[in-house]
Design a protein around this ligand. Structure first.
Ligand SMILES: [Zn+2]
Length: 465
């Protein structure tokens, strides 16, 4: 397995340096220096994303890009390989497998580079090191900045607990702060002189909770009070702030829902005679799927085959079995899985997914958001999933962190690189597939063009906790 050792080493190094969005300095450096050694041309700080980079090889058309990520999550420090919750003292951990994600994209690019060299074909392969996926909307800034304007096809993957081509859309979202300004006063002596910003926050939250009955069932609104105005009940709170995350199934719908939430905030300010600032934080587009690319990817996966696991690896996965709940019925299996019973049975008899799960292409919106959505609005994009973790382990969990350096994780990453590379090779060999993917892309947009949800004046920035 060519490059397996190098790729595993890089993924482990990134795992050892878990870093937050836009601050992935070490992770980005490790990857850039390896790609440079491999003869790729590096551009740093793309779209002013600080740690974002591109690494390209080859020349001319078509241009095929692999998207990688490398940010980690707070609150998830966990000892490697330990099957019990055991924080390792690290503030952060790779609970979403982005150390594998970014490295797998590099692996695919190396394989395609070798293919282009061997065949003498024209074409360019690019790795995009995309920062701040978890929070920060890295790819949205890149898409807004026109980074992908010359890219013909974008391919990416995400670590998972199953081997399957990913399908289904994701939610569009907007995150912002509502900051209320009131007047401080003695809460007993002169309450009539005070105007409470905390009251405004509470009334806004109540208003939004009433809104829930009148939203679509697929809409989601979450909030966190980020400033409750201090610890003193005997002071009328002059400053208070609440952070909202607003999600819907499409950009246009998300904008409308956002306006409704803003109106409630204005109402709360009016009721409490406070003033209001709305501070935009981040925004992501829904995902536009591409069935043409999904099919090419599925065929490539079948040709490459699922990884074969050793008895030791199966025993390793089994160690984690009791630490989570397993799906009980076929209703717990995603709707797009073709044979739900087969998957459920495999889960009951094995702790690792050891076959390729077939899926029906679906544009049903899954709950949750990703910045891959923004890329999918500007270039035909497809995503692969490979099992890097045992069945039952959920994303953003200590179990994912613990298993992140295992041979199972490395095999999943390597398989993703192989399948993405094979998919790209098919596209280089038959450019009519690229044309088909582009025609489908155009059809799915139905005349709409990409408008980033993040206003022009907002620049890439580190997201507060
Ligand atoms: Zn992720």
């Amino acid at each position: 397995m060519k490059y397996m050792q190098e790729l595993s080493r890089i993924a482990d190094e990134v795992w050892n340096h878990p870093e937050p969005g836009f601050l992935e300095k070490e992770s980005s450096r490790i990857q850039r220096s390896f790609l440079k050694e491999q003869g790729f041309e590096i551009t740093e700080n793309i779209a002013d994303t600080m740690t974002g980079y591109s690494a390209s090889w080859g020349s001319g058309k078509p241009v095929i890009a692999f998207l990688g990520e490398f940010d980690a999550l707070y609150g998830l420090g966990q000892e490697a390989d330990c099957s019990e919750y055991h924080p390792d003292g690290n503030e952060m951990g790779h609970g979403c497998g982005h150390h594998l994600l970014g490295t797998g994209a590099i692996g695919a690019a190396l394989m395609v580079r070798d293919y282009l060299k061997e065949t003498g074909r024209e074409g360019t392969v690019i790795v995009y090191g995309c920062p701040a996926e978890e929070s920060g909307s890295g790819k949205a800034y890149m898409a807004r900045d026109g980074v992908f304007k010359d890219t013909d096809i974008a391919l990416t993957w995400h670590p998972s607990t199953i081997h399957a081509v990913a399908t289904g859309s994701s939610q569009s979202c907007i995150q912002c702060y509502f900051r209320f300004h009131g007047i401080a006063s003695h809460a007993a002596g002169s309450p009539e002189k005070g105007r409470s910003a905390l009251d405004a926050v509470e009334l806004m939250d109540i208003g939004v909770n009433y809104l829930r009955e009148h939203m679509e069932s697929t809409d989601r609104v979450h909030y966190a009070i980020t400033n409750s105005g201090g610890k003193s009940p005997n002071v009328v709170q002059a400053e208070a702030e609440v952070k909202y995350l607003i999600r819907s199934t499409a950009n246009s719908k998300c904008r409308k829902l956002y306006e409704r939430v803003v109106n409630i905030a204005k109402g709360a300010a009016l009721m409490t005679e406070t003033s209001l600032d709305v501070i935009f934080d981040e925004g992501l587009s829904n995902t536009v799927i591409n069935e043409t690319l999904e099919k090419v990817m599925e065929q490539s996966f079948t040709e490459c085959g699922a990884p074969v696991y050793t008895e030791e690896e199966r025993a390793y996965a089994k160690k984690f079995h009791d630490s989570y709940e397993m799906p009980e019925t076929i209703d717990d299996i995603p709707v797009y899985v073709k044979d739900k019973r087969k998957l459920l049975n495999n889960m009951r008899t094995s702790d690792l997914c050891d076959y390729i799960v077939e899926v029906n292409s679906s544009d049903i919106c899954e709950m949750g958001s990703t910045d891959v959505g923004d890329v999918s609005w500007v270039v035909p994009t497809a995503t692969l999933n490979t099992a890097c973790y045992s069945y039952g382990a959920g994303a953003h969990s200590w179990q994912w962190v613990a298993q992140g350096k295992s041979s199972i994780a490395h095999k999943g990453m390597y398989k993703a690189a192989e399948v993405m590379a094979r998919t790209a090779e098919k596209l280089f060999e038959d450019p009519s597939l690229i044309e088909q993917a582009k025609a489908e892309f155009k059809e799915r947009l139905m005349g709409e063009s990409y408008e980033c949800l993040i206003p022009e004046e907002i620049k890439p920035h580190v997201i507060g906790d």
